[in-house]
Design a protein around this ligand. Structure first.
Ligand code: PLP
Length: 397
């Protein structure tokens, strides 16, 4: 990251910490209060203040929307009940006959939603390998309405050139939408790279404590943000005030957490790349990783998702997991606590074995969400578990 990136990130960190602090006029509370009220008092029939009903707008949720929009450098944001609700709002910009281009390895829930909605609504969804030159040429010819982007990908952390694909969208008169869940605005700002919209599962890094399910759409343009807010209210997809309160609390520490996540992830990558029980490591920081040079350019940080293949394959997965103490076996990611997932039987179990093979998701693959525990503890824990499977492999031989 250059000097400019560092300054920009520092300013964003300060604004995230200070969002809504010390502005309460009711009781001069330092921390903005939580407004749970479903409805607001009218002055006279048909005459109300800023708020009337909390599905439409709520002060606590608005504060989070402003803070998330600010973190991404957007003009406005819509806060939704889940990440998938955020994706749903965006798909409502599509009309019958439109073309949606999406990465073939996008988040599984998005793949399912796009496929089901394309059949119901009558738009076309075309899934492409956005890492291939051939796909880029094909995409140009398809006259898309929306170009969906997600980088890095799940679980192999392949990096897509967001600026290049956003430019393709712009030339085609399409909207580019980047799912920035895996890096968060602390590590990547797609709007700065030319995207029109950013989508988040705030469930992950933005809330960061694995205790809220939520989502957000950020728009570069204020009119677009209003259009999306109209749809979110119409469809009833807006998030609860309580969830917004917790998520804003999480966002305040996003930048500080990200620095520890990254430091720990790099220490874990260093261990995994030198350990003989590991066949392969996937992380954007590694020279030779698909898109490493692009990541160096477009990301402000490497991110804390790390995937790797155990040399002993499926047979060594169970003993390895049993030996771990500081990594919990669970789906999801981005919380303060470290997690480990086995994509073939967990996050990617709905793909058949052949589709997983084509996608490069082997039975020996594990995905780590590296948390903010003491880095040395995480490294020691993994090293201990790797030594166990190394011994097991030796005994078997
Ligand atoms: C989790 C996730 C989603 C969906 O978000 P939910 O909050 O689970 O609805 C979308 N995209 C990505 C990349 C995710 O990781």
């Amino acid at each position: 990251m250059g000097e400019r990136g560092r300054t920009q990130r520092g300013a964003a960190a300060t604004r995230a910490v200070r969002a809504g602090i010390g502005v309460d006029e009711g009781h001069r509370a330092v921390v903005p209060p939580l407004h749970l009220s479903a409805n607001f008092v009218f002055d006279a029939p048909g005459v109300c203040g800023t708020y009337d009903y909390s599905r439409t707008a709520n002060p606590t949720r608005d504060l989070l929307a402003e803070a998330v929009a600010d973190a991404e450098g957007g003009a406005g944001a819509v806060i939704t009940a889940t990440g998938m609700a955020a994706v749903t709002v965006v798909t409502h910009l599509l009309r019958p006959g439109d073309v949606l281009l999406a990465p073939h390895d996008c988040y599984g829930g998005c793949h399912r939603l796009f496929s089901a909605e394309s059949r119901r609504v009558g738009f076309d969804v075309v899934f492409l390998d956005q890492g291939s030159e051939e796909s880029f040429e094909v995409a140009r010819g398809l006259r898309p309405r929306i170009v969906w982007l997600e980088s890095p990908s799940n679980p192999l952390l392949r990096v897509t050139d967001l600026a290049r694909w956003s430019a393709l969208a712009r030339e085609a008169g399409a909207l580019s939408v980047a799912d920035n869940t895996f890096l968060s605005p602390a590590n990547q700002r797609p709007l700065d790279l030319g995207a029109d919209l950013v989508v988040h599962s705030t469930t992950k890094f933005i809330n960061g404590h694995s205790d809220v399910v939520g989502g957000a759409v950020v728009a570069k343009d204020a009119a677009r943000a209003e259009e999306l807010a109209w749809w979110a209210n119409c469809l009833g997809l807006t998030g609860s005030p309580f969830d917004a309160y917790l998520t804003l609390r999480g966002l305040r520490t996003l930048h500080a957490r990200s620095a520890v996540h990254e430091r720990n992830a790099l220490a874990v990558v260093e261990l995994l790349t030198r350990h003989p029980a590991v066949a392969r490591v996937h992380h954007p920081s590694l020279p030779g990783h698909p898109g490493h040079e692009v990541a160096r350019r477009q990301q402000n940080g490497w991110g804390s998702l790390v995937s790797f293949e155990l040399a002993g394959g499926r047979a060594t997965i169970d003993p390895f997991l049993e030996a771990l103490r500081h990594f919990t076996l669970a789906e999801s990611l981005g919380g303060v606590e470290s997690l480990v997932a086995h994509p073939a039987t967990m996050t990617h179990a709905s793909m058949d074995a052949e589709a997983r093979r084509v996608a490069g998701i082997g039975d020996g693959l594990l995905r780590l969400s590296v948390g903010i525990e003491e880095g040395a503890d995480l490294v020691a824990d993994l090293e201990h578990a790797l030594e166990r499977v190394k011994e097991a492999a030796c005994v078997a031989v």
